[in-house]
Design a protein around this ligand. Structure first.
Ligand code: TYD
Length: 203
């Protein structure tokens, strides 16, 4: 089996969750063993760090250090072993979120984040990143209807504009890895876009 590492990114309220479930079903039907996971989190230690990052006050560098600490544990215990066993890993957010939220949103230096990325990932990158892109105002409407806000979700539109710009920069830096999904469309239309990405890659 071909090991694949697929990540899902986008600002809060972009609608990733529905499509992660759909893609899990699609790839399982094709015979893949799918491991679903998320960041921050994915291991007991990293989930404990997630609680801190989402609910305690701290600056951008502290956030980045905690998410990368969790990421190292997650890579060692879950992601790398799964890929080594030929499994498909679907991860709800990964390092692009750090560049978007701590970099774009909080204004942390991208060079520092790139150094941490190198230390922690040792060259490991997703094979495909599905970037759910939509205007922050539309995402805010969806969030308001759906759930109570965590520390990031309480940020204003200007913060999410910067996060979105952070994703756009990462996509421009790695165009072969990124597929931009127009997440402003209906669930069916978004699913069709993801399907088209899979068909184009013969996955
Ligand atoms: P999210 O993945 O949207 O989970 P839920 O759907 O349960 O709300 O929430 C995770 C939050 O963490 C999101 O606001 C983005 C933020 N985040 C960072 O700031 N940096 C990171 O490196 C990652 C992975 C996430």
């Amino acid at each position: 089996m071909v090991a694949r590492f697929i990540t899902f990114e986008g600002i809060d309220g972009a609608g990733k969750s529905t499509h992660i479930a759909a893609l899990t079903a699609y790839l399982s039907d094709k015979g893949a063993t799918v491991v679903g996971t998320r960041e921050p989190g994915g291991t007991e230690l990293a989930e404990a760090l997630r609680e801190l990052v989402l609910h305690r006050r701290m600056d951008g560098l502290t956030e980045a250090l905690l998410v990368f600490a969790g990421r190292r544990d997650h890579l060692q215990r879950v992601i790398e072993p799964a890929l080594a066993a030929g499994q498909t890993v679907l991860c709800d957010r990964f390092t692009d979120a750090t560049f978007a939220y701590q970099g774009g949103g909080r204004g942390m230096d991208a060079g520092v984040l790139a150094a941490l990325e190198q230390w922690v990932q040792q060259g490991r990158q997703p094979d495909l990143t599905l970037w759910f892109d939509l205007p922050p105002a539309q995402a805010a409407q969806r969030r308001a209807a759906a759930r109570e806000a965590d520390r990031f979700e309480q940020q204003d539109l200007a913060f999410f504009e910067r996060v979105r710009a952070g994703y756009a920069q990462r996509a421009a830096d790695a165009p072969a890895r990124f597929a931009r999904i127009d997440a402003s469309r209906s669930v069916a239309e978004v699913a069709a876009q993801i399907q088209a990405v899979m068909v184009a890659r013969q996955w």
